[in-house]
Design a protein around this ligand. Structure first.
Ligand SMILES: Nc1ncnc2c1ncn2[C@@H]1O[C@H](COP(=O)(O)OP(=O)(O)OP(=O)(O)O)[C@@H](O)[C@H]1O
Length: 821
C-alpha cells in the first residue's frame, strides 16, 4: 500500500505544480487594470478561472480510472473541474463523458460501449478513490462492488463498497447538504446526465438523493450546454427558505453560482404582486388542519390544483375573449363600414397573444381603419370641393359674390368633415367601450359562478359545486388562499403575458405542487426537471397523489422521461426498515425503499406515562445522543404549540442550547432543534426524536402515514420515538402472512373475509348495506365502475382503496405461489 500511495503522491505533486503555476499566472493577470470593455471581460473571466483554481487546489481530484479502449490503455484522474496543460488533461472534469464512465463503474459490470456503439468498447480495469489532505495522499481505495441484492426472504438491499459506506457514516457537523461528486451512483448519474431536451419526472424514495441530483444536474447542464444556457436563466425551486440555506454551500462547490434559487411562493410574487398577502403553503396547512370544515377545504383545494380547473379557465378566458367583440359592424357613414366578420378575422389571427394584448391590437386595428377611412373621406371631399369650385366658383365673375360662394363652399366642406369625424369618434368609442382590459383578479372573481361551472364543467357534482360557489364569496372579497396563487398567475399570464422565461427549471419536493402548478411552471421554461416522492406528500390537501395526471398532460407535448429510484442512502438499514414498515402498514402500492447495508442502532420505541415523564425521558435521550457525538439533532413535534411547550420544558430542565423553529423561513443554526414535522421535509439530521407516535397523532390514514414516513427518514444514524397510550397502527410489526389490512376509511365497506386469498374482496353497495347483500368487485370492469362512482366524492378514499387493492392482490398472489410451492 505504501508503494501505491507513493505513486499517487507523485502524480499529485505534478498536478499541484501545474495548479500553482496557473494560479500564479492568473493572479498576475487579475492585477492588471482593464482599459476597455474587452479587457474588462477578460478580467472577469480571469477572476472566475482563478476562483475555480483556488477552489480545487486543496483537492484537485478525487478519483482515478484505468481503462482500455480502441487506442490502448489509459489512466485518467477525475476531479470537480478539469485541469489542462499544453493540451494534456491533467485532471478530467466529472461532467465529461469520461466522468460518466467513472460513475458507471460500480464493480459489477466492467465493459461499456461509448454511445452504445459496438465498435467503441471500453474495458475498465480499475477505479480508485484517492483521499487528499494538505497536499498529501492519505488514502487510496479501489472500488469494490456496489449493487442491489435480494436476500433469501425476498428483501432488497444495496451492498456498498467501503468508500461509500465511509462517506455515509461520516455526516457533517453543519446542517448543509454535501456534494456527492466522488460517490455519485449510477442510477443517479443517469438522471444527472439526461439531455436537456427531456422533461424529467423523478420519483425517488426518501434519501435517494433527489436534492443532490437536482443540484448536480444543474452543474452538468451548465457545463455541457454552456453555449446554450446561462446560469441566470436557470431556476431551482425549493420548498422553503430553510431548505435554500441548507443547500447554500453547494452552489459554489458545484460551480453553479448565479442560478436563481427561490421558493414557489417567492417566485410567484414577482408575477403577482399581491401574493405576499396570501398565506403560504405552511400556513395553509395549519389553517386547514385546524379547520372544522377540513374535508370541505381539502376538496376545494384539490379541485383548484387540478388540470380540470386549468381547462375550465382556458375555456372561460376563450369565451370571454369572444364575447368582448360587440355583435355588430362599425358604421362611420353610409359607405364606411367595418364588418364584424372582418374584425373577427383579425381577432382570430391574434389568438396566440395574451387576451389584453390581443384586445389592444384589435383596438389599434379599428383605430387604424378609422384613420384610413377618415383620410379617404377627406380626399373624396376635396375632390367634390374641387368639382364644385370649378363649377360654381370659377364660373362667377371675380368680386364679392364669388368670394361669398367660395367661403360658403369651404364652410360646407369643414362642416361635413367635422360631422364625419364626430360620427366616427362616437361609433368607435361605442364599439370599443366593451373591449376593456381585464385584470387577472377580476377575471378570477368571475369564475366562481354557477353558470360558469354549469357551462364549462357540467358534470361537476353538486357538493363540490356548492363548496366552490361558497368559496366564491371569499374570492369576491379577495380573501385568497395558497391554492389560488397558481390560477391567479396562470390567468395573469393568459391576460397579460409572461415577462421572464427560463432555459431550465428544476423543481425539488415537487410532490407538494399540484398538477396545475407544475403545468404552469412548465410553461415558463424550455425544459424542466421535476423531482419528488409521493410517499412524502404531506400536504395532501394540495399536492400530488401520483404523477400520472401531470405525466399524461405533458406526454402529448414533450419528450417526457419518468424515472423511479428506490435506493435510499441517508439512513441506516434499521431506520429504513421501520420507514418501510409504515409504508407496508399503509398499503403503499409502489415498490418499497431499498436500504443500503449500513447497520446502526435499532430505532427505540419508548412508551411514556404522562407529559412530565415524556419530558424527563426526552431530556435523558437528548443527553445520550449528544454524548454519542451526534452533531445535528432534531426533535419533531406534531405542531408549533407542541414544539413551543417542549422547548420551554426542556429549557426549564437546564437544556438551553436548543433552537425552537416555528416557521419555514427560519434558519437552523443550533445543534439541537425542536421543530414541527411538517417543516423538516427535505432536511436531515444525525439523530431524530419524534415526540409522539401514538395512535392519536398517527392514525391509519394515508396523510398520517406520509408524515410519519417522512419524519422517520430524516435520521441518518439514530431514531427515538416516544408515545403515550397506544402506539400508532402504522408502526405495528405485522406478520407478512397476514393480509394487508384495509384502512379505516373504507374497511366498513368491504364485505368479504379478506383473509382468504382465494376469494376476491367484495364491496357492499350503499343501498345494499341494509340488506347486507355483497356485490363482487373484481369480476368485471362494470363493477369497478360502480365502485368508483360510489367513492367519487372522496379522492383520498378512492386512492386508499386502490392502493390497498393493489397491495392485497400482490399479497394474495404471493400466498398462492407459496402454497403451490
Ligand atoms: N451517491 C451518494 N453518495 C454519497 N451520499 C449520498 C449519495 N446519494 C445521496 N447521498 C446522501 O444521502 C442523503 C440524502 O440525499 P438527498 O437529501 O439528496 O435525498 P432526497 O431524495 O432529496 O431526500 P428526501 O426526499 O428524503 O428529502 C444526503 O445526506 C446525501 O448526501
Amino acid at each position: 500500500m505504501e508503494e501505491v500511495i507513493q505513486q499517487e503522491q507523485e502524480y499529485l505533486d505534478k498536478t499541484l505544480t501545474v495548479l500553482e503555476e496557473q494560479i500564479k499566472e492568473k493572479s498576475a493577470a487579475c492585477k492588471k487594470p482593464a482599459h476597455d470593455e474587452v479587457e474588462e471581460q477578460l478580467f472577469k473571466q480571469n477572476i472566475k478561472v482563478l476562483k475555480s483554481l483556488e477552489t480545487i487546489r486543496p483537492r484537485p481530484y478525487f478519483g482515478r480510472l484505468d481503462f482500455k479502449d480502441e487506442f490502448g490503455e489509459e489512466t485518467i484522474y477525475i476531479g470537480k473541474r478539469g485541469v489542462e496543460k499544453d493540451g494534456d488533461l491533467i485532471v478530467v472534469d466529472w461532467r465529461t463523458d469520461l466522468g460518466k464512465l467513472y460513475n458507471a463503474y460500480q464493480g459489477v459490470q466492467s465493459e461499456f460501449y461509448i454511445d452504445n456503439d459496438p465498435n467503441r468498447k471500453v474495458e475498465i480495469q480499475r477505479r480508485r478513490v484517492i483521499s487528499i489532505e494538505q497536499d498529501r495522499v492519505i488514502k487510496v481505495s479501489d472500488t469494490g462492488t456496489t449493487e442491489v441484492v435480494e436476500t433469501a426472504s425476498g428483501e432488497k438491499v444495496k451492498m456498498m463498497d467501503a468508500y461509500l459506506e465511509e462517506i455515509l457514516r461520516h455526516t457533517g457537523d453543519e446542517l448543509q447538504l454535501r456534494e456527492i461528486i466522488a460517490s455519485i451512483q449510477q442510477e443517479q448519474d443517469e438522471i444527472i446526465r439526461l439531455p436537456i431536451k427531456h422533461t424529467i419526472i423523478v420519483q425517488g424514495a426518501a434519501g435517494s438523493g433527489k436534492s443532490s441530483i437536482a443540484l448536480h444536474r444543474i452543474s452538468y447542464l451548465l457545463y455541457q450546454y454552456q453555449k446554450r444556457i446561462r446560469p441566470e436563466k436557470v431556476l431551482i425551486l425549493a420548498p422553503n427558505e430553510m431548505f435554500l440555506s441548507y443547500i447554500h454551500n453547494l452552489v459554489p462547490e458545484l460551480d453553479i453560482d448565479g442560478i436563481e434559487q427561490r421558493t414557489f411562493y417567492d417566485w410567484a410574487s414577482t408575477y403577482f404582486t399581491d401574493v405576499r398577502e396570501i398565506p403560504d403553503l405552511y400556513q395553509n396547512y395549519v389553517d386547514i388542519d385546524t379547520d372544522e370544515k377540513k374535508e370541505d377545504r381539502i376538496r376545494i383545494s384539490k379541485y383548484k390544483g387540478s388540470l380540470q380547473f386549468k381547462t375550465l379557465l382556458d375555456n372561460l378566458v376563450a369565451e370571454v375573449g369572444r364575447t368582448l367583440l360587440p355583435y355588430k359592424d362599425i358604421h362611420l357613414s353610409e359607405c364606411h363600414t367595418l364588418s364584424r366578420a372582418e374584425i373577427e378575422r383579425f381577432y382570430h389571427s391574434r389568438l396566440h397573444l395574451p387576451m389584453n394584448v390581443r384586445l389592444r391590437e384589435v383596438k389599434q386595428f379599428i383605430l387604424n381603419w378609422s384613420e384610413q377611412e377618415g383620410k379617404a373621406y377627406k380626399d373624396q371631399l376635396e375632390k367634390e370641393f374641387e368639382t364644385a369650385y370649378q363649377q360654381w366658383v370659377m364660373t362667377l365673375p371675380e368680386g364679392e359674390d364669388r368670394k361669398n360662394v367660395y367661403q360658403a363652399l369651404e364652410r360646407a366642406k369643414d362642416l361635413r368633415l367635422k360631422q364625419f369625424s364626430q360620427q366616427a369618434k362616437k361609433a368607435i368609442e361605442e364599439y370599443v367601450r366593451k373591449m376593456k382590459e381585464i385584470s387577472a383578479v377580476r377575471m378570477y372573481k368571475n369564475v366562481f359562478q354557477k353558470r360558469v361551472f354549469n357551462r364549462f364543467s357540467p358534470d361537476m357534482d353538486e357538493k363540490l359545486l356548492g363548496l366552490l360557489l361558497k368559496n366564491g364569496q371569499k374570492i369576491k372579497h379577495e380573501q385568497f388562499t395558497y391554492e389560488d396563487i397558481a390560477p391567479l398567475i396562470y390567468l395573469d399570464a393568459k391576460m397579460n403575458g409572461k415577462t421572464l422565461e427560463y432555459d431550465h427549471i428544476v423543481i425539488d419536493e415537487a410532490q407538494d405542487y399540484s398538477a396545475f402548478q407544475l403545468a404552469i411552471m412548465k410553461d415558463y421554461a424550455r425544459s424542466i426537471t421535476v423531482l419528488g416522492d409521493v410517499a412524502q406528500g404531506i400536504f395532501s390537501f394540495y399536492g400530488l397523489d401520483s404523477w400520472d395526471e401531470f405525466q399524461s398532460y405533458l406526454q402529448d407535448q414533450h419528450d417526457v422521461k419518468r424515472i423511479d429510484i428506490q435506493t435510499s442512502y441517508r439512513s441506516t438499514k434499521e431506520i429504513m426498515d421501520l420507514a418501510n414498515r409504515v409504508l407496508i402498514n399503509n398499503s403503499y402500492p409502489y415498490p418499497l425503499v431499498i436500504p443500503v447495508n449500513r447497520s446502526g442502532k435499532e430505532p427505540q420505541l419508548k412508551k411514556v406515562g404522562h407529559y412530565g415523564d415524556l419530558c424527563d425521558q426526552m431530556e435523558q435521550a437528548l443527553k445520550c445522543l449528544l454524548e454519542s457525538g451526534h452533531q445535528t439533532i432534531a426533535i419533531l413535534t406534531k405542531n408549533v404549540e407542541a414544539a413551543t411547550d417542549l422547548y420551554h420544558q426542556l429549557n426549564s430542565k437546564g437544556i438551553v442550547d436548543l433552537e425552537l423553529v416555528t416557521a419555514a423561513h427560519q434558519r437552523l443554526e443550533k445543534k439541537v432543534v425542536i421543530i414541527p414535522s411538517y417543516l423538516v421535509k427535505g432536511l436531515e439530521f444525525d439523530a431524530v426524536i419524534i415526540e409522539d407516535v401514538s395512535d392519536k397523532t398517527f392514525q391509519d390514514h394515508t396523510h398520517h402515514a406520509k408524515m410519519l414516513y417522512m419524519s422517520i427518514t430524516r435520521a441518518h444514524h439514530e431514531l427515538i420515538l416516544f408515545y403515550r397510550g397506544e402506539i400508532s397502527p402504522l408502526l405495528e410489526q405485522r406478520d407478512p402472512h397476514e393480509p394487508p389490512r384495509p384502512r379505516a376509511s373504507f374497511a366498513g365497506w368491504l364485505a368479504t373475509d379478506y383473509r382468504d386469498p382465494d376469494t376476491l374482496p367484495q364491496v357492499i353497495k350503499e343501498r345494499e348495506v341494509v340488506d347486507a347483500d355483497a356485490i363482487p368487485l373484481f369480476e368485471g370492469e362494470e363493477e369497478e365502475q360502480t365502485t368508483v362512482e360510489r367513492f367519487e366524492d372522496d379522492r383520498e378514499r378512492v386512492n386508499d382503496f386502490y392502493a390497498w387493492r393493489t397491495v392485497w392482490k400482490k399479497w394474495a398472489e404471493q400466498q398462492k405461489a407459496e402454497m403451490l410451492r
